[in-house]
Design a protein around this ligand. Sequence first.
Ligand SMILES: [Zn+2]
Length: 247
Amino acid sequence: MAADEPRTPLPALPDETFRRVLCVVAHPDDVEYGTSAAVAAWTARGVEVGYLLLTRGEAGIDGIEPDRTRELRSAEQVAAAAEVGVTHVEFRDHPDGVLEYGLALRRDIAEEIRRFQPDVVLTGSWELEFVAGLNMADHRAVGLATLDAVRDAGNRWVFPGTEPWSARWLLVSGDPRPTHGVDVTGGPLAAGVRSLEAHAQYLAALPWHPAPADFLPAVMAQQGRALGVEHAVLFRAWDLQAPPSFD
Ligand SMILES: [Zn+2]
């Protein structure tokens, strides 16, 4: 057991109430390192899930020019989404690798929250250190901008012109202090593996990268132990409608 692994089982996310989930990430493939297995579990139950990607990952392949990479990674992301029942895939063309936290990101994310009207917004950790080690700049920028955009979207007077929308839940993937988990044993795990495999040309450019069918089940088995199930994906969950806690 890792030192930071919780000693008592984590609770399952109360996701039976979820209706619509918006996943906000920087790059094609960011959703596919665990989150997409949870997405598969949700869409199988009729939850509507959408993706918002702030870049097209055009700086992700050393040996291929960005203009070509932009096209192939966008197509691979759409295929990956389809593997877990997601057809709503939105891209914003911010520059890959040099994303800057700021109002431009917050505005784009807030506007998509108002359009898609999710009760759950899901993003990646904005911390310097996350479960996979040192976090990267684009991920930190998008995570932090999403945190702020959730609040922006609910304020009529911030980015005015569209009707405000207040999500109830903020979920953070990759956070080293997870609070909840989603059981992905069986079909959802298999769909999650297929969704990462859909990034075939991208993964082919990373010879060191382990095969999705090898490492994803192992990671989710480890997270499953925290939840008391065979395979799980863990999240830090914030109930934004809960009364404030000062203890
Ligand atoms: Zn990424």
